[in-house]
Design a protein around this ligand. Sequence first.
Ligand code: GLY
Ligand code: MN
Length: 430
Amino acid sequence: MLFPVRDNRAVYHERRNTLLKKIKSLHPHLNSGKILLFSNFSREQERFNQDGTFLYFSGVQEPGSLLLIDWNGQTTLYIPNTEGYRNKWIESALEATPEQAEQVGVDSIELLGKKIHGYELAPFFSYDDYESLIATVQNDLSSGCQFFICNPESQKAYFEQRFAVQRLIDFVPALAASVKDISGLVADMRMIKSSFEIDMMYNAIDITATAHDGAISMIADGRMESEVQAAVEYVFTMSGATPAFPTIVGAGQNSTVLHYTSNNKLLADGELVVVDCGARANGYCADITRTYPISGKFSPRQKEIYQIVLDCQEYIAELAQPGMWLVNKDKPEQSLTHLAQQFFARHGLEKYFIHGIGHFLGMDAHDVGDISRPLEEGCVITIEPGLYIPEEQIGIRIEDNYWIVVGGAVCLSEALQKSVSDVERAMKKQ
Ligand code: GLY
Ligand code: MN
């Protein structure tokens, strides 16, 4: 379900102040600076997905906009000037009024510049599109202001936002020498989830668990992988969620292909099917994988390999806690990836484990976070061991979502069946 809109203005305000404090403590001699955060840009005929960092500090869904936070925490949201055109084509857009600023929880909303062409702004905006912001930046630079910007993790957003910064520099060349990257600071903040964020993640996980039940109801000899995908995404859509990443439904040989997304093969009795999916709801993502026997019953060999993967996941989940690393080749005894490799080696299967043990999860499915640091209380990670044996057409991955707490890890997705007997029972019921 989608939560009713709740008033998170104080949360965003607090996050902006925390970021500002961190920047100031890193730059004690600086007496003026501004944080400049870009939103993502929308594109006609594509579903818009807001940048995680922009959402984290503002909660604002407006595409093509920008957040400017000054040294005192005063926050201005700049929006494209569509003169109401956006409302006619897409949805109700924010307006640059004090009332809307109050609603959003910023000090003011300003127009970026003159009326843009159409209803959406591209990263290759014109001088006129950005005229007001350009004047502000020029003015700030003349008083020695530094600008702190962020580089998104997502490749598409990264290219767009880098391009937008460069575009701004083309119009204001002096900006080039006054830009500092704060992506690392932002990642450190986003990496540690509050209890409110854990609630949001539970919700995305609940939807994803229901989607797996939908997948089970569709899995049968003669069905298409795409039908299973449709069952998963039906649940997402019904729940007001979207796929956090392309849904993976890989049967038979395709179960051994890690990020298989063609989903266009028939399912056949005797094969396994890997279903790896995640809902994004209220800005937060889940990422859960299960492997199902298409006939409803694992063969003895499939069961043997499945049990080893499951045992590995349980072993790693027991070890996951603050102070351990997702991966650290210099400390293999504290590196969950290395410990999983060693686990599989004890079964002579290490060559079939061909990826890391997991990743951070949050506002992005592969969330920001510094993997060169040990896990900390408040991190959310996936633990997703897998064995991929193409010569036997056996690919098995089991993935759950874990909240790192003092002395351990809580499985947020434990409600979804995964033992051999529970999976077989769930498939029989359908
Ligand atoms: N669930 C896909 C991935 O983690 O890469
Ligand atoms: Mn994953």
